[in-house]
Design a protein around this ligand. Structure first.
Ligand code: ZN
Length: 471
């Protein structure tokens, strides 16, 4: 049996002088509340506050980082119990799924998933042996036993994790019934929504024309024409704001923006509804919608997040069998300097607007993103994202953007996760890595320690709340 042990100095510098500084900085931030302004947890958890059914349902099925890795090494989605949209038979026995996962746990060595999961096992479930085939049942029984207790209801967990704000992400077609239930329950937990209009602004999204028609039904606007369509989008933004939304989120294949005349928009929109857009026209339309959303943000104050560059559903067989968000999204090369120019020419100097840029293409950090955010008042940089949400990714991000964008054009950490239990683990990694980075500045006499401490607190807490207008 190997012990599961979280070293108190994990992720800190290895030389003693710098490590001592990192430890001191970390003491200042480790207990600050968690602000999670962007993510994909299921709002029904907090609305219904039911017990989580079993370990597999909680820790494996919602975590595409987990089944992506296992799938890549030959484990089938069906054996992991991932629900099939094509109606394929999938494993139903949660203990079998758990054993399969445990027998493959070694494949996560060296990955952030391993760090996050070990943190959850140790800190949340008080397990002290490593997960493997031999300990699989011990793990299952312990986790299952804990999940039956009141302390493990979603709201109680959110409170014990010290999560002050938690944003979920919904489509404009969502009626936000779970958020309504949360509000009506009188519970004070800070669960809010965010407006993600991809299904109704991307001509290539499954069912685009039907989605736009449904948007019309929901809002009472005529979404068959351009003006009615814009009014409907605006109407839903107001509705989302009434449930606490402070941000929008845009998951486009590229960062392209456009600035067309109204006549051009009308013509292109008609084509999109008819399903007649060429790939280039669809790209121009999505780009126009980013610019339209920026204009609406100036009016209603919602912060824009742009998450471009993911080639979604790269594996058609997995997509037809199991649907979206199953670990088959692959980063692609992404350009920003030319792509954002139409939007920036129009709105780049309007300080009522705030746009947070993300990337899956790390080659643009120092060449494009830091100079853009280091100039335009409307632009800020989101943290290292998704494939780069790792200690190495965080280090590369800070090393490449700080010289030009500084710390104050960044917005702290986003966990961006569906895996609720991993939230404290992920924020802990981010806090440790920021302290690690700052400790080097102090050790090199580039920043006094009291200033580094202020920066660490700002990156952990203040900048996040400011950037996402949470108060
Ligand atoms: Zn996201």
């Amino acid at each position: 049996m190997s012990a599961l042990y979280l070293h108190p100095d994990r992720l800190f510098p290895t030389d003693e002088a710098t490590r001592a500084i990192a430890r001191r900085l970390y003491q200042e931030v480790k207990d600050l509340p968690i602000v999670s302004p962007h993510g994909h947890t299921d709002p029904s958890w907090f609305a219904d506050n039911e017990l989580f059914p079993n370990p597999a349902e909680l820790l494996i099925k919602p975590d595409h980082y987990v089944f992506r890795m296992l799938y890549s090494l030959g484990v089938s989605m069906a054996d992991l119990g991932v629900p099939s949209k094509a109606g394929l038979p999938v494993e139903q026995d949660p203990r079998k799924i758990w054993r399969l996962f445990a027998s493959h746990y070694h494949v996560f060595r060296g990955t952030p998933s391993r760090m996050w999961l070990d943190y959850v096992f140790s800190e949340v479930f008080k397990l002290d042996q490593l997960l493997n085939s031999d300990t699989a049942d011990t793990y299952y029984d312990r986790i299952d036993e804990y999940l039956q207790t009141e302390a493990f209801r979603p709201r109680a967990l959110m409170e014990s994790f010290n999560i002050e704000w938690l944003a979920t992400t919904e489509s404009p077609l969502d009626d936000l019934r779970h958020h309504r239930k949360i509000r009506e329950s009188g519970w004070k937990g800070g669960v809010i929504t965010a407006y993600r209009p991809d299904p109704v602004v991307d001509p290539d999204f499954e069912g685009f024309a039907n989605n736009v028609a449904k948007l019309g039904e929901i809002t009472g606007e005529d979404t068959g024409n351009w003006a009615g369509y814009l009014a409907a989008l605006q109407n839903r933004r107001e509705y989302f704001k009434s449930f606490g939304a402070t941000s929008t989120d845009h998951g486009h294949p590229t960062a392209q923006t456009s600035d067309l005349s109204v006549a051009e928009c009308e013509a292109l929109f008609a084509k999109a509804l008819a399903g007649n857009c060429s790939p280039v026209e669809a790209e121009v339309f999505r780009g126009q919608m980013l610019t339209e959303m920026a204009g609406m943000s100036i009016e209603d104050g919602l912060v824009m997040q742009i998450h471009p560059g993911s080639f979604r559903n790269h594996n058609p067989q997995v997509f037809s069998g199991f649907g979206r968000d199953k670990g088959a999204d692959i980063p692609s090369q992404t350009e920003y300097v030319n792509a954002l120019k139409p939007l920036l020419d129009k709105y780049g100097n309007d300080t009522r607007l705030s746009i947070i840029l993300f990337t899956l293409d790390e080659t643009v950090y120092s060449r494009e993103l830091a100079p853009l955010a280091g100039h335009y008042p409307v632009l800020k940089l989101g943290p290292s994202w998704w494939f780069h949400d790792s200690p190495e990714g965080m280090r590369r991000f800070r090393e490449q953007v700080t010289e030009t964008a500084g710390f104050y054009n960044t917005v702290g950490f986003n966990d961006d996760t569906r895996a609720f239990l991993s939230i404290p683990a992920r924020h802990d990694v981010a806090r440790r890595m920021d302290c690690n980075f700052l400790a080097r500045f102090v050790a090199e006499h580039r920043l006094p320690e009291d200033e580094a401490r202020d920066v660490a607190i700002d990156l952990t807490y203040n900048l996040v709340k400011q950037a996402y207008k949470l108060d």
